[in-house]
Structure formats: structure tokens, C-alpha cells
Design a protein around this ligand. Structure first.
Ligand code: PMP
Length: 457
């Protein structure tokens, strides 16, 4: 269904006039306006001119089951009739928040038996700060307030979550909290030292130990990290990285917060990347895929170690949101987890479509402008270069990535460009034919990008 021309123009003008878009160049938007998307079906999104795009990003890494899941729709609409809203403050509760909590406990690693609900990943990471500070206050270690994170990490966009993140572009625009410290990320492609991949993984992990020593263990509360850094361009750590980080966290009295907002709910081939990398976090952040993007919901899984302290000391935990445990979000979440469980989406995906996706992407390693293909499960990135051995980029200022993304969209594929990397994280429910289509469209985009820079492909 196309939007009639006059309606389209009006909508575009109204959008330019009134809507401040997130993570958007607002001056450019004011001049050019935005891309209007009007409907979605299965793994395809349609713009207002009726153009179909294969959604190689699952929305914003969240619609893992695509856009046509009638049981999620039904769960939400049924709940609307029963209890459209009630809150969880002051010891109130309702059926769906309890059911959702129980469902999450069943699918997350065994140390997790409690959950705190938020509306988003950002709020969940803010909640993590509230939890770790409260935890150490109750243990009478009030100096333990410092948090270690990583450069180019993304943990959300509230004032505190943005501070946890390691993007200079965000830090430059506001003054964040002053107790977060950033160490290097395990970015093998960006490394040009002498070490091999495994030695590099250990070496970069050692920065955590060094930072704890520098700050003093008695002052450090937690280390927060994504298992694979998503927004940084799908930074897949060397195999040696997480064992070394885990060892350091176990040897020291600090909490490990694993941000699984992107990696959770099957993206890496297990329910959580904690299983993929054998990590034992004390707190686990989730959002996005928990409702398949159908409703805003996030939260923190709280391990017994932390819960035992915060639930065995008197005094209110003075934190929460009006919509914590919102019944409609929980309805969507329960239905999403039911589909993942009952249809064995993750197990089947790990056995077939994920290795197929990774193998098909690896076939692009020979393309003249692809410097590296990396990825795990249904998560991947391609680094674009002019020269494979020197890693010289196609053009300054990440122009190559932007050009390639433009060609991908032109040829019916939604991807994301992060610097000079092209990122793709398609729905877990893709068929082999749909992955073939994704690869065909991506290859066309790479060919056009190569042509743009006068490189023969
Ligand atoms: N953590 C990670 C790892 C994320 O990728 C994101 C969102 N992209 C967030 C937190 C923030 O989530 P939200 O946008 O729901 O606040």
C-alpha cells in the first residue's frame, strides 16, 4: 500500500517541522527530512513509496522473530482487555509481571533468580549502577563506587548509561557521571602491533587488572561489558579475551555486569552470550529481543549473590519506573519467549541458519574491498578497505561505509554502517533462500561501492 503522494509530502513536511529524531543530524533532517517506513511483514520492511527492503538489522537489533508474529499481537490485545496498566511500586504486583519474571528466570543462567524491570536497555544499565552502589553500601564498603567500562562500548543514552558507554561523540555533547573509566576494547582489526590474535586478547584483557590496581580495588564496584560490542561495529573478541576477563573478575572483589541487550535471546546461537563465551556475570542487562521489539521492555537479571544482599537488609530500594513490569510489555515478552522456546528457534538456528549465514558471509572475504568478515551466530560485520594488507580505508571520514549502506538500501537491503564497517544482524527466522538474497544484495552494494572508488570487482 503506497501512501498517496500528497499525504506522503505532508507527512514528510510535518516530520521535518516537528519531530526531533534520535541519533540524527538534526540540521540535515531539517533540510532533507526522513525516510518514512509504513509497514512490515515477515523479515521485510516497506517504505512509503512501497519499496521493499530485507531488514538485515532486525529493526535496531530487536525484531529477532521478524514482524509477523500473531501470537504476540494477540497476547498484547488480550491483556488490553484485562488490565491495560497497573504499577509495581509499593509491593503491588500483577499476574503478567510475575509470569514474565518466572519465564526469564527459566531461560537465563542458573545464578539468576530475580529480575528488575525497566522500559529500555539504557534504564536497565542505570539500574545496574543503582544496584552495585546499593550492594556495596549494604556491605559497608561505601568507597566502592568506580565503574570500569570500555572505549566504544554502547550501554544506552541516558546520562548515566551514556557515561558507561565509550563513544567520544556522545561524551563531547554533555557532562556525564565522574565515576566511569574506560579501558581498550578487544578490537583485533584495529590493532597493528606485534601480538597474534590470542596473545592480543589476553593482553587487552589485562588492562582491566591494571585499571583496578590504578584505581584501588577498594574503590571499584564493577566492570561492565557487552559480550560482543554491537554498536561499535560487532567487535568479536579473541577466544582468549573472556576467560582472562572472567579470571580477573573472580580474583577481585568487583561485580561483573554483562550487557546482553543485543546478544541476548538467541543472537549468538545460545539463549545468552554468557553461555557462548562461558561467562558468569553477577548482573545481566536485557532489552530489545525480549519482546521482539513489539513493546518497550528491558531489565536486569540479578544473581543470587547480589539479591541475597539487597533483599536481606531492611530499607527501601529507592528506584523504579512508572512502567516497570508494564502488563502489555510483559504480555509481549511472555509470548516472545514462548515462541523462542516452543519453536526451538535458537537451537534450530544454531544448527542451521546461523552457520549458513556465517559461511555465506565468509565467501565475501575475497571481495576486493572487504578487509575482514567477522561475526557469531546471526551477528556480523564486514570491514571495508582500499588495500587489504595495509587496511587503508576507501576514503576519509568513513565515507566508504556510508556509500555502501546507501547502495545496499538502493538495492533492497537494510544494513548499518559503523565507521567503515557494514553491520548486519538479520532476524533469526530467515530461511537459507532469504540469507542468499541478503548476500546477493550485499554483494551488489559492495560492487557498486568498489566501482564508486574505481576498484575492479
Ligand atoms: N546496551 C546495548 C548493548 C545496546 O546495544 C543498547 C541499544 N542499542 C542499549 C544498551 C540501550 O538500549 P535502549 O536503546 O533500549 O535504551
Amino acid at each position: 500500500m503506497n501512501i498517496a503522494n500528497n499525504t506522503f509530502k505532508t507527512l514528510k513536511d510535518l516530520d521535518k517541522a516537528h519531530y526531533l529524531h534520535p541519533f540524527t543530524d538534526l540540521q540535515e533532517h531539517k533540510q532533507k527530512g526522513g525516510d518514512i517506513f509504513s509497514r512490515a511483514e515477515h523479515i521485510y520492511i516497506y517504505n512509503s513509496e512501497g519499496k521493499q527492503l530485507l531488514d538485515g538489522m532486525s529493526g535496531l537489533w530487536c525484531s529477532n522473530l521478524g514482524y509477523s508474529q500473531p501470537t504476540i499481537n494477540k497476547a498484547i490485545t488480550q491483556q488490553l482487555e484485562v488490565l491495560p496498566y497497573y504499577n509495581s511500586f509499593f509491593q503491588c504486583t500483577h499476574q503478567l509481571a510475575v509470569d514474565m519474571a518466572k519465564s526469564l528466570v527459566e531461560v537465563t543462567p542458573p545464578q539468576f533468580n530475580k529480575v528488575f524491570f525497566t522500559n529500555s536497555g539504557s534504564e536497565a544499565n542505570d539500574t545496574n549502577i543503582r544496584l552495585v552502589h546499593r550492594y556495596y553500601n549494604l556491605l559497608e564498603k561505601p568507597n566502592k563506587k568506580q565503574i570500569i567500562s570500555r572505549k566504544n562500548a554502547y550501554h544506552g543514552s541516558t546520562v548515566a548509561a551514556g557515561s558507561l558507554g565509550g563513544f567520544n561523540g556522545m561524551h563531547e555533547q554533555y557532562t556525564g557521571v565522574n565515576y566511569v573509566h574506560h579501558i581498550a576494547e578487544p578490537n583485533w582489526f584495529g590493532y597493528d602491533g606485534e601480538l597474534d590474535r590470542d596473545a592480543f586478547g589476553k593482553h587487552v584483557a589485562q588492562e582491566l587488572a591494571a585499571k583496578i590496581d590504578e584505581l584501588g580495588e577498594e574503590n571499584v564496584a564493577a566492570f561492565i561489558a557487552e559480550p560482543i560490542q554491537g554498536a561499535a561495529g560487532v567487535i568479536v573478541p579473541p577466544e582468549t579475551y573472556w576467560p582472562e576477563i572472567s579470571k580477573i573478575c573472580k580474583e577481585r572483589d568487583i561485580l561483573l555486569i554483562l550487557d546482553e541487550v543485543i546478544c541476548g535471546f538467541g543472537r549468538t546461537g545460545n539463549w545468552f552470550a554468557a553461555e557462548t563465551y562461558n561467562i558468569e556475570p553477577d548482573l545481566l542487562t536485557f532489552a530489545k529481543g525480549v519482546t521482539n521489539g513489539y513493546q518497550p521492555l528491558g531489565g536486569v537479571m540479578v544473581s543470587d549473590k547480589v539479591a541475597d544482599v539487597i533483599t536481606c537488609n531492611e530499607g527501601e530500594f529507592t528506584h523504579g519506573f512508572t512502567y516497570s513490569g508494564h502488563p502489555l510489555a510483559c504480555a509481549a515478552g511472555i509470548a516472545t519467549l514462548d515462541i523462542l522456546k516452543n519453536e526451538q528457534v535458537i537451537e534450530k538456528g544454531a544448527a542451521d541458519i546461523m552457520p549458513y549465514f556465517q559461511a555465506r558471509l565468509r565467501s565475501l572475504e575475497d571481495h576486493p574491498i572487504v578487509g575482514e568478515v567477522r561475526g557469531v551466530g546471526m551477528l556480523a560485520a564486514l570491514e571495508l578497505v582500499k588495500n587489504k594488507s595495509s587496511k587503508e580505508r576507501l576514503a576519509p571520514d568513513c565515507e566508504g561505509g556510508a556509500i555502501c549502506k546507501m547502495h545496499a538500501i538502493e538495492h533492497g537491503l537494510m544494513v548499518r554502517s559503523v565507521g567503515d564497517a557494514i553491520v548486519t544482524a538479520p532476524p533469526l527466522i530467515c530461511s537459507r533462500e532469504e540469507i542468499d538474497l541478503l548476500i546477493t544484495r550485499l554483494t551488489i552494494a559492495l560492487d557498486y561501492t568498489a566501482k564508486h572508488y574505481g576498484i575492479k570487482s
